[in-house]
Design a protein around this ligand. Structure first.
Ligand code: GRF
Length: 204
């Protein structure tokens, strides 16, 4: 089966997905293409290293969000994807785009959703004095960071923590849970049914 990954930056989660396809942690799948809205995203280099098509689609070439998203859809659908993975893709997607891939697009968000949708999640958790934080994989719906949660990983926050070490602690967990969720989806154990995530027939 085919996975298409959308990125804007470093692509460490992309790397985890690439490695997991390579060593069959994600069985029966390959990353068919990686698309970035940023030309200098290091994840594009990671894709090329793995012999995966690496496409830069610049929003500057399109007059509005709808035309950009339409161009993205055309490029993505050329790879006949079974699963779309957002891995640090830092653009808001239009309703048309989200509906087009409803039920087969997932995102990873660095907080314990529904806590802290949006940006600067580690700083916000630190400022709030939280002792527990984490990351969430969820189906993408039209509500930003609001789709049904599939899997979360928790990490502690210690008294002397900085945003940097919370970031590393969270990413370590992301690299573990994101391939696992992709494996479930690709192997038809996971679906979005009536707006809820369902694993092996059980609502999550
Ligand atoms: C991840 O921490 C993810 O939670 C957020 O963006 C970050 C992407 O990191 N959505 P990377 O590009 O995969 O290293």
């Amino acid at each position: 089966k085919n996975i298409v990954v959308l990125i804007s930056g470093n692509g460490s989660n992309l790397q985890a997905i690439l490695d997991a396809c390579e060593n069959s942690t994600i069985a029966n799948a390959k990353v068919a293409a990686v698309l970035s809205n940023k030309a200098d995203a290091y994840g594009l280099e990671r894709a090329r290293q793995a012999n995966v098509d690496a496409l830069h689609v610049s929003a500057a070439n399109f007059s509005d969000r709808e035309t950009f998203d339409k161009a993205m859809i055309e490029k993505i659908d050329a790879y006949q994807p079974d699963l779309i993975i957002l891995a640090g893709f830092m653009r808001i997607l239009s309703g048309d785009f989200v509906r087009h891939y409803q039920g087969k697009m997932i995102n990873i968000h660095p907080s314990l959703l529904p806590k802290y949708p949006g940006l600067h999640t580690h700083q916000r958790a630190l400022d709030a004095g939280d002792t527990e934080h984490g990351t969430s994989v969820h189906f993408v719906t039209e509500e930003l960071d609001g789709g049904p949660v599939i899997l979360q990983a928790k990490v502690p926050i210690f008294a002397d923590d900085t945003v940097d070490n919370i970031f590393s602690r969270v990413q370590e967990q992301e690299h573990r849970i994101y391939p696992l969720v992709a494996h479930w989806f690709i192997n038809e154990r996971l679906a979005m049914i009536d707006g809820q995530a369902s694993l092996d027939g059980n609502t999550l």
